[in-house]
Design a protein around this ligand. Structure first.
Ligand SMILES: [Fe+2]
Ligand SMILES: [Fe+2]
Length: 445
C-alpha cells in the first residue's frame, strides 16, 4: 500500500508501489526528490540522439513558429477537404479508440504545464513574466472551469474513466520529464525554455484529434482550448519565443541556445501521438479488459449459465481463454457481429438499468463491447451521442471552501506545484498568487 504524504491530487491517487517510470512519476508528484536533476540529465542525453527542426539562430524563431503554424493550417485544410470528399476519420475509427487515447495520455495531462512551475518564484523579474503567465493560464488562474488539469479530469469523469487502467510504463515518461523540469528550472532554465518552445506549438494532430473527438460525440473542450490558447499569433507559442529572447544572456548566447535545443528535443522522447493512437487494437483491448475482470467473475455465475457445454465459471477459471470465449459467444448466437449491437442478446443482458448484468462493465468496457460487436456496422448519425454544453456543465464551479491562503508568496507557490494546484487549496493559492504578484490578467472594461 502506498503511503500518501500529501492530500491526493488528480492523477496522484494511491496505487500499489510502482517502479520504473511510473514510480518516478509518482515520486515527482510528491516533490522533487533527491535525484530528479540527475535523472533529467540522463533524459537529455537520450534526447541528444534525436533530430530537431529549430533554426540555427534564435532570431529566426518567430518566423519558424509562424511558418510551422501556416504549414499546420494548410495540412488541416487538406484534411478537412479530404473528409468532405468522403475520406474516413484519420485517427479514430471508433469511439473506443478515442477513449483509449484519452486514457493513454492521462498521466501527461494530469501535470499539464508542470515544466514551468519553477518560474513562479521569479515573479519580480519581468523577463520571466511570459513563462509565468503561461503557467498561470495552464492553471486557469485558479478558476476550476479553466484549470487544464481539472478540465481533463472532468473529461475522464464524463467518459467514466476516472478509474486508472494499467498503462505501459512509457506513458509516464513525458509527465515525469515535465515534473522534473518544473522542480529544477533554475539549473535547467535553457532546457525548460526549449521544452516549452516545443510543447506550445499547436501540432496538426491536435487539430485532427479535436475535430474527430467532437464528431464522435466526445467533449473536445480540453483539446480545443489548446488550439486557441497556444496560438502562434498571441498565445503560448508566441510567448515561448519571447521568453527565450528575454532570458538568453548576451554572453555565450550560443551555449545557451544549444541547451534550448536539447530541451526542445525532450518533447520527442517516447511515442508520438499518431503512433500511439494507431497502436489501438479493439479486440486485444476487449480481451485485456475481460482478462482483468475474469478473476472477479469466476465464482459469480450460476451453473445453469452455459456456453458450448461449459459453465461461465469454467470459462473464467483459467487465464488466456477470453479470445475463445468471444468466439463462443458468436457461435452460440449471443453476439451477432457487424450488426446493430442493440439487437444482440448479449448486449441486452449488459446494457441498461434493468439488464441482468447492468454495471458489470465500466463505460469504457461497454464502449469496447459496443464497437467490437458493431464492427463494420455504422450507426446512423442521429444515434451518436452529442456532448452537452461545456459552459452549462461548469458554470457553477468555484474553488470551493478551502481555508484562506497564506499571504506568503513562497507558501502559495508550494501549493501550486505538480498537480496540487488543482485541489481547492491550490486553486485559492493560484488566485492569491496572481493578485499578490500583480500578474493577474485584467478583464476588458
Ligand atoms: Fe495546457
Ligand atoms: Fe499551453
Amino acid at each position: 500500500m502506498t503511503v500518501m504524504t500529501r492530500e491526493a491530487a488528480p492523477g496522484a491517487l494511491a496505487s500499489p508501489i510502482c517502479t520504473g517510470l511510473e514510480g518516478r512519476y509518482r515520486t515527482l508528484l510528491e516533490g522533487p526528490g533527491a535525484d530528479s536533476a540527475q535523472w533529467l540529465a540522463e533524459q537529455l542525453e537520450r534526447a541528444d540522439q534525436l533530430p530537431d527542426e529549430l533554426p540555427v539562430s534564435p532570431t529566426a524563431l518567430m518566423q519558424w513558429s509562424a511558418r510551422k503554424s501556416a504549414q499546420v493550417a494548410k495540412a488541416f485544410a487538406a484534411y478537412l477537404e479530404a473528409r468532405q470528399q468522403g475520406a474516413p476519420r484519420r485517427y479514430f475509427a471508433t469511439r473506443s479508440q478515442a477513449i483509449y487515447f484519452i486514457q493513454q495520455v492521462a498521466p501527461t495531462k494530469a501535470v499539464d504545464g508542470a515544466w514551468l512551475y519553477g518560474t513562479l518564484r521569479h515573479w519580480q523579474d519581468p523577463r520571466y513574466h511570459g513563462l509565468i503567465r503561461t503557467y498561470l493560464e495552464e492553471l486557469g488562474d485558479g478558476d476550476p472551469r479553466c484549470n487544464h488539469v481539472l478540465v481533463y479530469q472532468r473529461l475522464l469523469s464524463h467518459l467514466g474513466c476516472l478509474e486508472p487502467v494499467p498503462l505501459a510504463d512509457e506513458r509516464y515518461l513525458q509527465g515525469a520529464i515535465q515534473l522534473a523540469l518544473g522542480y529544477n528550472a533554475d539549473e535547467f532554465l535553457p532546457e525548460v525554455i526549449g521544452y516549452n518552445l516545443g510543447y506550445e506549438q499547436p501540432p496538426l494532430h491536435l487539430l485532427i484529434t479535436t475535430h474527430e473527438l467532437a464528431e464522435l460525440g466526445i467533449d473536445a473542450h480540453y483539446f480545443r482550448l489548446h488550439i486557441t490558447i497556444d496560438n502562434a499569433a498571441s498565445g503560448h507559442a508566441q510567448k515561448s519565443v519571447h521568453a527565450l529572447w528575454q532570458l538568453c544572456p548576451q554572453i555565450e548566447s550560443d551555449v545557451f541556445y544549444r541547451r534550448v535545443i536539447r530541451g526542445f528535443r525532450l518533447n520527442d522522447l517516447g511515442i508520438d501521438t499518431p503512433t500511439l493512437i494507431a497502436e489501438f487494437d479493439l479486440e486485444a483491448e476487449l480481451v485485456a479488459a475481460l482478462e482483468r475482470k475474469r478473476g472477479f467473475g469466476r465464482y459469480m455465475h450460476s451453473d445453469h449459465c452455459r456456453l458450448q457445454g461449459q459453465t461461465i465459471n469454467q470459462w473464467l477459471a483459467t487465464p488466456g481463454r477470453m479470445p475463445d470465449f468471444l468466439q463462443a459467444l458468436q457461435a452460440q448466437g449471443w453476439v451477432r457481429r457487424h450488426e446493430d449491437p442493440t439487437t444482440s442478446r448479449f448486449w441486452k443482458i449488459i446494457d441498461g438499468p434493468t439488464a441482468a448484468m447492468f454495471g458489470i462493465f465500466s463505460p469504457y468496457e461497454m464502449q469496447l463491447w459496443h464497437d467490437w460487436i458493431a464492427g463494420d456496422w455504422q450507426a446512423p448519425p442521429a444515434r451518436r451521442l452529442r456532448p452537452g454544453s461545456w459552459e452549462d456543465s461548469v458554470s457553477h464551479l468555484s474553488a470551493g471552501d478551502a481555508p484562506p491562503p497564506s499571504d506568503n508568496v513562497d507558501e502559495l507557490i508550494e501549493a501550486m506545484a505538480g498537480n496540487r494546484h488543482a485541489l481547492p487549496q491550490g486553486l485559492r493559492a493560484t488566485q492569491a498568487y496572481t493578485q499578490l504578484t500583480g500578474l493577474a490578467y485584467g478583464r476588458p472594461c
